[in-house]
Design a protein around this ligand. Sequence first.
Ligand code: CUA
Length: 157
Amino acid sequence: MDKSEKIALGLSGFMLLIFFGGIMYAAIAEDIEVPTCITDMEPFATDTLFQTGPDTYELQMVARMWAFQPSEIRLPVGSTVDLYLTSQDIMHGFKIEDHNLNLMAIPGAINYMRVTFDKPGTFLFACHEFCGAAHHTMAGRVIIEERSESAETAGGV
Ligand code: CUA
């Protein structure tokens, strides 16, 4: 083998390690997940939010020109949400401020990600895929509320 070939091979191996390390870093240290396309569920036309456990919720969210349904979500701090997203018309994007969640809303398909809200506040979400004349109005918010003492007592019994 020529010396230049050995150098090229060595460099390629080194770069593969760097890229693989980058992916592992994102997955483990930064906790970045890849959205999942759900294939065993029919795309839904209406939005639903329901509780599935003490701190867990399932949210089925619908995007359409030019709004998200629901456009306002109110949950207690510490909630983990299994978020299913679909679109009723064309492609939209969905991103929640300050949270590690970024999905596409695709007509006829459902995308899924899990998100945990571990600090109180109001977090905007918006469509990030240009979808027409009123794209810029396609937004909403998640309001994460402090748990009140009475609610904690009620939940703790
Ligand atoms: Cu929907 Cu931009």
